[in-house]
Design a protein around this ligand. Structure first.
Ligand SMILES: Nc1ncnc2c1ncn2[C@@H]1O[C@H](COP(=O)(O)OP(=O)(O)OP(=O)(O)O)[C@@H](O)[C@H]1O
Ligand SMILES: O=P(O)(O)OC[C@H]1O[C@](O)(CO)[C@@H](O)[C@@H]1O
Length: 347
């Protein structure tokens, strides 16, 4: 990992030639993807580059499905990204593309890129997207610099991913409302948040919402221990409980956990809420807009400086580049200090 934007820009030989940059969104949509597309377009046009928007991620690359501007030209100019910084989802749409997971799919995409004289790509997505990009660079000699867009915050090479802050806000807002019923009816709520392989969203949501417990894939979920802790809390006068469950918890999601708690004779009346895709929607938070704007610009500048095969991220407020391989071969650990903090708050 290179440590600062200055290091990175001097690392690569400077190249000021204008290039044609393709930008697309891939994997689950995330709030702030539009802000990132806007940043890529504005930063690239300011530097004299041309931007081509690709609809529907890798699927669009295979189908040659390009964003068309008001004049029906396959070019994204500064005005084509007006009024989108505040919009959730992605104007380029996103997809999970099975065909790109085959050798034939990757070769077709590479051939299309050559045919349309695209020199560089900015994929915006999660670790699956970057796994795909790592395959693409084996078959195509253009540059690829990605931006981390996923609500999961499961990517090495960036403290936060674009969309995470908004998703936490949405989940916390929902729990604030559930807490009214939890208190009035003296119930336990199991609230399931997204995160197939990562507990980041669950842990941050639990801390910010004042939940008692977070069940995450990174730490063992011990049902007897949870039941004992809950009954101790009840004895000290606790009337309601919020447990945040990551969908990828090894004991199963919230429904499974509710069953297991009941079998273990948990005394709280329990209800289950699965937040689902509401977490992926909505207007991005200012933090997500800022991150998306910084990283989109940094990705373009890194392309200008000759970078490829890397994801643009932000670590300790510094822009850094991380090889794609690292983003999908290494698991981003949860901060132990936050796990301990939640435990400390839960008494
Ligand atoms: N091993 C692979 N080879 C080629 N392409 C891949 C591979 N893995 C994933 N991809 C491509 O990347 C796309 C996006 O990956 P995936 O569905 O895992 O989402 P993601 O980018 O991890 O985002 P999210 O975190 O929101 O799920 C896949 O639909 C597929 O087209
Ligand atoms: O319903 P979809 O689009 O397949 O996405 C579900 C998955 O995407 C993610 O939200 C990430 O965007 C995961 O946490 C979740 O498992």
């Amino acid at each position: 990992m290179l440590s600062s934007s200055c290091d990175i820009l001097s690392w690569f030989s400077k190249r000021d030639l204008a290039v044609r940059i393709g930008v697309f969104c891939s994997g689950g949509d995330a709030p702030g993807m539009n802000a990132c597309v806007r940043s890529v377009v504005r930063s690239a046009t300011a530097a004299g580059h041309e931007v081509v928007g690709i609809n529907r991620g890798y699927q669009g690359l295979i189908d040659q499905n390009f964003f068309l501007n008001a004049k029906q030209q396959p070019i994204m100019g500064a005005r084509d990204v007006s009024n989108i910084i505040q919009r959730g989802g992605t104007i380029l749409r996103s997809a999970r593309c099975q065909r790109f997971m085959t050798d034939e799919g990757v070769r077709t995409a590479a051939e299309n890129l050559r045919q349309h004289k695209i020199d560089a790509l900015v994929p915006i997505g999660g670790n699956g997207t970057f796994r795909g990009s790592a395959e693409l660079v084996k078959h195509w000699d253009g540059q690829v610099v990605g931006c981390p867009g996923t609500i999961d915050n499961d990517l090495i090479g960036t403290d936060f991913t674009i969309g995470f802050s908004t998703a936490v806000e949405t989940a916390v807002d929902a729990i604030d409302k559930l807490r009214d019923t939890a208190e009035s009816h003296e119930r336990l709520f199991l609230v399931e948040v997204m995160g197939r392989h990562s507990g980041y969203l669950a842990l941050y949501t639990a801390l910010a919402a004042g939940a008692e417990i977070a069940c995450v894939p990174e730490t063992p979920t011990e049902i007897p221990g949870i039941v004992a802790h809950l009954s101790q809390l009840q004895q000290t006068g606790k009337k309601s409980i919020i447990v945040v469950v990551a969908e990828g918890d090894e004991e199963g999601g919230a429904l499974m956990l509710a069953e297991k708690l009941q079998r273990a004779e948990c005394t709280f009346a329990t209800r289950t809420v699965i937040l689902g895709h509401v977490q992926r929607g909505g207007s991005p938070s200012p933090d997500d807009r800022m991150l998306a704007t910084r990283l989109g610009d940094f990705a373009v500048k890194s392309i200008g400086a000759g970078a490829t095969g890397v994801m643009a991220g932000e670590v300790n407020s510094q822009c850094v580049l991380t090889p794609f391989e690292k983003t999908f071969t290494e698991h981003k650990q949860l901060p132990q200090a936050l796990i301990d903090l939640l435990e400390c708050m839960s008494n």
